[in-house]
Design a protein around this ligand. Structure first.
Ligand code: ANZ
Length: 946
């Protein structure tokens, strides 16, 4: 039979599903291997050919590892909470759960059709209650923990409270809010429960705090920094403004150093690690306290006697000529003198309009306002004016900088603009020559630094500051605590209720806290999140539950968890997906440990991949998981770009578009304007004219100016998007050529990590290759026919070349190079007319991770016992078959090479000479004459002199 991919693929997909072929074993003597894909958000648009790229690569790898004897975990699921389903719900009233279920069904059908070896028995959906129960549970553990810097790990909050009870706040070295109280054990015990709880909230790893957030009014929610691009929401492109709100936050900053150090232990792409390093943004410097000059006006300044700055250049302290604090700095109001109030207020109003990103990006325009107050330089008592300016960010460092116009470009521009003094710090230094004081010049302006190099000078200043209690060395991180809440419906409810204005966890036995039904997916009339609409949704005490009393209960938290909650631990759920006692059992975690290979897009660099590492480290601190890092190796697959096609509309004399279209090769001769055309009605750049006429009513009577009888379209690479008509649906490809061709073709497009345009021009070639492979097993009448003869040396050589090549390629994730090698191997075997069972059987195994369906079918036809070849052993490479036993000797006559002759390498010079002279072609060159001399260099050349 000819290659009937449709029947074959359907048959095997069914077989795998019915037999649970890819079910990973929970207990196995085999070594484990965990191959994970970033699970998709099931969007309404379904998959396009770009989406499966990474899934195909990971699937090849997973299948290969099974052949290599590993117990492979290769699961799939859905990150199914999120905004699009909710936006759709707002427009149509359809419950997001329904939309989500529909979309998942589409995804599942599309994924199944590509023949992935997923263990679907472990599927997870972040929006299903038996999953989000555990997301809520992890939230509760975070709420019940604080970060002990001395132990360098998270610990139970009960332990902290016990310490307070026994020893007060002394001896606690925590990552916590800035304004924590200092107290003795007695003072602690004297606090009310409410006060105590309030204090503990400042230590919890998830906590409530008023913070400046990215508020997107159009989406009705707060967005994370990585969801905002240039002041607009990443999804939808709506404007985002800065707003102060009470928010749940995650104290990810507690893990900053570990998140940084951990990067050195994992095998991830260097650019991605660098992005995380920058995001974490570790700076080593010093904090310096500048005492505030007291005037009568400052009588209100009781607690604050100084302004603290963070600087990475404490060596420049004698060049400080003004201080700049952020417009939001808490001291602004009290520092502003009555004369300066108008200026300051106007400036603050102006800053409110700018987002943080604008503020950082806008380095050129100088703006600021003087508060009217002064600080003193702690080392020389110079008076230093205090300004506010928006280039200083409230959330970074201490929100205050010591400005050194002779050392820093921004400070320099500021000083020039406002006519502030510029004091040099080193002898040759001039900001305009950009002399670098760390390398050049000598310090001036300070007796104790003169003659010192940068490092020593820095240490000397810090020592001086420490001695007078005015400063100390400090490490600062750019990373902030992560906001953990959205004012939206379709997310995990936060398992918290409020009593006396303080947050309390619900009892663990009441998990999951189910998402309640609401009448509309919109904020309430009073501006509360949609959950505020849920009727009777409040926490009832156990007592009233027991007695079935109709108590009003306590109000639940109304925001839901952000999109990254469910994806921050999902790889553990796959290890034990149906456990209703734990998020995963200890045994399952002990066996599977971590993800060996993780494949996904680089767009998650500072979101998902950072949050996941954070939660993992936290779970590790609680001894709930084993590994410090969750994803040992990570690969970012490139993007598949669209390949857009264009037609060219003829423009008439009056400049109007006509209904005539000019073929691409002729457009120089006419006046035309380009128009995107649906790539699905173009083949090899040739436009299908009939389909074009049907495509849109206005083209029904289109006319064409053709070249060689064809309409050739223009081509451009663009993002794959509906609006460019360049979206290719994998369903269409699978229908037309089959999944095996689709899989191989996606790999054939180029290196996995590279972005590349989708281009169907070569797909026929891949399809023909598979047919040619099929052909090897069949005779001219398309009957299955293989021989049991001994394989020839040439056949063995072809086979062993590909065994080794695929092994090498797959191990280094170079999937595209194997595809071309498969083609070479099949061509060689075709030339050799190979139909040898032993050869073909091994070929089937080697090819099966790329093209599993055709290989399963051939495996069965070869007479193997019923079942799948998925667990057959990968053939052993034998280098002996690759040893060349012949050599193509150049035959030269009087120094000129005339021809090459294949001669066995085992022949000795005498025998070689005889063999050469016996050759008819050689005799012709010699014209029947006997050569005067024959020189044979074994393995190199045969030279004759006539
Ligand atoms: C004096 C100085 C002199 C500085 C000099 C630089 C060069 P990193 O941590 O590497 O980004 N800075 C501190 N807090 C800031 C804030 N909230 N907003 C804006 N800028 C802030 O850089 C830290 C440096 O950035 C600090 O060192 C401070 O300026 C500024 F020749 O202090 B420097």
């Amino acid at each position: 039979m000819d290659y009937q991919f449709k029947d074959i693929e359907q048959k095997w997909q069914q077989f795998w599903a019915q037999n649970g072929t890819f079910k990973a074993e929970d207990k196995s003597a085999k070594p484990k291997y965990y191959v994970l894909d970033m699970f998709p958000y099931p969007s309404g648009a379904g998959l396009h050919v770009g989406h499966p790229l990474g899934y195909i690569a990971s699937d090849i790898f997973a299948r290969y590892k099974r052949l290599k004897g590993f117990n492979v975990l290769h699961p799939m699921g859905y990150d199914s909470f999120g905004l699009p389903a909710e936006q759709y719900a707002i427009q149509t009233g359809q419950h997001p759960a329904i939309t989500t279920a529909d979309n998942i069904a589409t995804y599942r059908r599309q994924l199944d059709q590509i023949g992935f070896s997923f263990d679907w028995s472990r599927e997870v959906r972040t929006s299903s209650p038996d999953y989000y129960k555990w997301t809520q549970w992890i939230f509760m553990q975070l709420f019940n923990s604080w970060y002990n810097k001395d132990a360098d790990k998270a610990e139970s909050i009960t332990k902290l409270a016990a310490h307070f009870e026994q020893k007060g706040s002394a001896g606690i070295n925590a990552v916590c809010d800035e304004e924590v109280l200092t107290f003795t054990a007695e003072e602690w015990k004297a606090l009310s429960n409410r006060e105590q709880q309030n204090e503990l909230l400042k230590y919890r790893l998830t906590y409530l705090r008023e913070s400046t957030v990215n508020w997107c009014a159009a989406l009705g929610t707060v967005l994370a920094n990585d969801e905002v691009k240039d002041g607009f929401s990443e999804r939808g492109g709506y404007p985002v403004e800065q707003k102060k709100m009470m928010q749940w936050s995650m104290r990810i900053t507690a893990y900053a150093e570990r998140l940084l150090q951990g990067l050195d232990t994992i095998d991830w792409p260097e650019p991605l690690k660098e992005m995380q390093r920058n995001w974490i943004g570790k700076s080593t410097g010093a904090s310096v306290k500048f005492p505030i000059e007291k005037t009568t006006h400052h009588s209100s300044l009781t607690t604050h006697e100084f302004i603290e700055v963070f600087t990475t250049r404490v060596d420049t302290i004698f060049g400080v000529t003004f201080l700049v604090i952020a417009p939001e700095h808490e001291l602004v109001a009290s520092l502003t003198t009555p004369e300066q109030k108008v200026d300051i207020d106007a400036y603050i109003a102006q800053t409110k309009k700018k987002s943080e990103l604008d503020r950082m990006a806008d380095a050129k325009t100088v703006s600021g306002a003087f508060t009217g107050s002064y600080v003193l330089n702690p080392l020389n008592n110079e008076r230093i004016p205090i300004w506010i300016a928006d280039y200083v960010l409230a959330g970074y460092g201490t929100g205050a900088v010591m400005a050194v116009p002779s050392g820093d470009q921004r400070d320099y521009l500021f000083a020039k603009h406002f006519n502030l003094p510029i004091v040099p710090i080193i002898d040759i230094q001039n900001i305009e020559t950009e002399a670098d004081p760390t390398k050049e010049g000598k310090y001036i302006n300070s007796d104790f630094m003169n003659g010192l190099a940068y490092k020593e000078a820095t240490a000397a200043v810090i020592a001086k500051l420490e001695a007078i209690g005015a400063g100390k060395a400090k490490v600062n991180f750019r990373m902030r605590d992560a906001i953990f809440g959205r004012q939206r419906y379709w997310g995990e409810p936060v398992p918290v209720y409020f009593k006396d204005g303080l947050p309390h966890l619900i009892e663990e036995k009441h998990l999951p806290l189910l998402l309640p039904e609401v009448d509309k997916y919109l904020p309430t009339e009073t501006g509360e999140p949609p959950l505020g609409r849920a009727e009777g949704w409040s926490y009832k005490s156990q007592e009233s539950r027991d007695k079935n009393q109709d108590e009003a209960g306590y109000a639940y938290e109304l925001s839901t968890m952000p999109g990254w909650a469910g994806s921050s631990w999902y790889w553990y759920r796959y290890m034990d997906a149906h456990n209703d006692k734990e998020f995963a059992s200890k045994e399952a975690i002990a066996y599977w440990k971590d993800v060996d290979l993780y494949i996904g897009g680089s767009e998650h660099a500072t979101g998902h991949l950072l949050y996941s590492r954070f939660w993992n480290k936290f779970l590790k601190d609680l001894d709930l998981v084993i590994e410090e890092e969750p994803f040992k190796k990570l690969i970012n697959q490139g993007m598949i770009q669209g390949r857009s096609n264009f037609v060219y509309r003829l423009i008439d004399e009056e400049g109007r578009g006509t209904n005539t279209f000019v073929s691409h090769g002729l457009i120089k001769e006419y006046k035309t304007s380009p128009l995107h055309v649906d790539v699905n009605i173009v083949e090899n750049e040739v436009l299908n004219l009939n389909k074009f006429k049907e495509w849109r009513p206005e083209f029904a009577d289109a006319e064409f100016i053709l070249e060689n009888g064809k309409y050739i379209c223009g081509v451009e690479v663009e993002k794959m998007s509906k609006r460019y008509y360049n979206v290719v649906n994998p369903d269409d490809i699978a229908q037309r050529y089959g999944a095996d061709t689709l899989r191989m073709y996606e790999m054939f497009l180029g290196p996995l990590e590279q972005s590349k345009p989708w281009n169907t021009n070569g797909i026929e070639g891949v399809f023909k290759f598979l047919r040619k492979f099929w052909r090897l097993f069949h005779n001219d009448a398309w009957e299955f026919s293989v021989s049991d003869a001994e394989p020839s040396k040439a056949e063995l050589k072809s086979l062993h070349k590909i065994i080794r090549k695929v092994e090498e390629d797959v191990e280094r994730f170079s999937f595209n190079t194997s595809v071309s090698s498969f083609m070479i191997a099949v061509n060689e075997l075709t030339d050799l007319k190979c139909n040898n069972r032993a050869i073909l059987q091994d070929m089937v195994i080697v090819l099966s991770s790329y093209a599993p369906h055709i290989c399963e079918e051939l495996w069965t036809l070869l007479g193997n016992p019923a079942g799948s070849l998925s667990y057959a052993p990968y053939p052993k490479f034998n280098s002996a078959y690759l040893v060349e036993d012949e050599f193509a000797y150049p035959i030269s006559i009087n120094g000129k090479t005339k021809m090459n002759l294949n001669i066995s390498l085992s022949l000795e010079p005498k025998a070689i000479e005889e063999f050469v002279l016996a050759n008819a072609d050689v005799q012709r060159y010699l014209d029947g004459k006997a050569p005067k001399k024959v020189i044979v260099v074994k393995g190199r050349i045969v030279n004759m002199v006539v």
